[in-house]
Design a binder for this molecule. Structure first.
Ligand code: HEC
Length: 153
């Protein structure tokens, strides 16, 4: 060791700033790990995922039925869509073929507007295809309006 006359202030001690940084870092790390540990903070990847999916679902265009029940033009278009898309299975006059008679007074899956829309958009288990991906909500709504006229007569 050297002996000098000058006072050696703080010699051999760690500067306060470093200590603060060191312990501050440890505290930050503990907090950081705790906040991402499900058992401690309740944070969960799946919760984050659900939140993001919910946000995405809101921005997506809702596929909702349009009200065409009293729209003559739309019903006429619906009839044409039926002739092109549905007649091969349900017959041109909708009295049935491969698929059931759609003019029957009672339908298995229901014959109100909502039931019909469900049937045509999503399909039914015994051979009714889902048409939403093929023709879209607009055209399905028109076909449904046409189907309704079959039962109102
Ligand atoms: C590939 C043949 C096929 C095509 C094309 C088809 N369907 Fe069907 N459809 C069926 C079959 C088979 C069923 C019976 C499904 C069941 O019982 O589960 C059915 C059932 C239905 C029902 C329910 C009937 C009930 O008793 O509840 C409706 C309504 C219907 N179809 C409407 C349509 C419309 C509208 C279209 C055109 C957009 C269409 N279908 C095109 C085969 C077809």
């Amino acid at each position: 060791m050297y002996e000098t006359q000058e006072p050696q202030d703080g010699h051999g001690k760690i500067p306060k700033g470093w200590l603060l940084f060191f312990f501050g870092g440890i505290i930050f790390l503990i907090g950081y790990i705790a906040s991402y540990t499900p058992a401690i903070s309740g944070w969960s990847f799946y919760k984050e995922y659900d939140k993001e999916m919910a946000a995405a679902a809101k921005t997506e265009k809702p596929v909702v039925m349009k009200e065409y029940s009293d729209d003559k033009e739309a019903i006429h278009e619906g009839k044409e869509i039926f002739a092109n898309t549905c007649a091969p299975c349900h017959n041109a006059d909708a009295t049935g073929g491969i698929g059931p008679n759609l003019t029957a007074p009672k339908l298995k899956y229901g014959s109100n507007q909502h039931d019909l829309y469900e049937t045509v958009t999503k399909g039914r288990p015994n051979g009714m295809p889902s048409f939403l991906p093929q023709i879209g909500a607009e055209k399905v709504s028109k076909v449904v309006a046409f189907l309704e006229t079959l039962r109102k007569k």
